[in-house]
Write a protein that binds this ligand. Sequence first.
Ligand code: TRP
Length: 341
Amino acid sequence: MTRVFSGVKPTGHLTLGNYLGAMRQWAAVDQHEADAVFCIVDLHGMTVDHDPARLRRLTRQAATLLLAAGLDPELCTVFVQSHVDEHARLSYVLECVATDGEMRRMIQYKDKSARERARGGSVRLSLLTYPVLMAADILAYGAGEVPVGDDQAQHVELARDLAVRFNQRYGHTFVVPKATLPRVAARVMNLQEPTSKMGKSDDSGPGIVYLLDEPDVVRRKVLRAVTDSGREVVYDREGRPGVANLLEILAACTGGNPESLASVHQSYGALKKDTAEAVIEALGPVQARHKELCADPGYVEEVLRHGAEKARAMARPTVDTAYRAIGLLPPVAEPALNAAR
Ligand code: TRP
């Protein structure tokens, strides 16, 4: 069975974009059809200025929401990255395989570091090395497939390159992974800025629907979504990105398709209304389950503890192999008590 690995970064409250674009597919498809491993990548949440208490809170919340969205610990592995040392252990080894030039070419690094410098801030070194840690996440588990949005495709490509290079230099150690774009999932755009993704990290509220938004809040955000000039509802991603985004969200929530949904809506207002209600309906069960899980924090903790244990057992042998292959002297095992005498 193919191993699938994906990660979610606890840098903001999870959004409708995370849900329709990833989590829902993980729950509906991946955990049933693959040996699926899902990681809350908290180490990745420290590459830019962060607040320790908030990181902790968001990590727990992301775990709770993944379960609320339907990930079943009986079917897949859910854990927190920092609970498993193998990620950091392998990341350093991969830093000895990756090059400085490769890191500086990463689009996300270029964008984020330029933005940070423009604000007069300093850029954490971990922002530069982030893709190596992400490669370690993937390679430690021997994942063949990595379902991610297209903004992460370049990082998965790097993981491939590093796997191939390591294997050539030091002997076959890693499965060479590939990115898979989610089949059914929508690419949900910001409601106020329909040409950019509905990301959780750019905490600019009105264009982002959070998974835990109350129905009234969802309604307000969707009804105030930016639409395009023109009046008829047509599905045209290029020319009418705002309307196209609403149609795609509605399609993703109801299982319809954007073209035919366009033809049954007479006005932007009607489309917004239907979209708002469809989103509220889609989020309802997730929110209800989230509430139940919050009332039972011991359960979530136990899932994460057990998840980390399973994850460690999966990653450890591969990372040990990489350590040996690259020339690190194996530690001598502690002699058994009796044998020592
Ligand atoms: N970089 C990914 C993001 O920002 C999160 C991530 C970290 C990830 N490690 C991963 C995704 C490994 C897939 C596999 O969304």
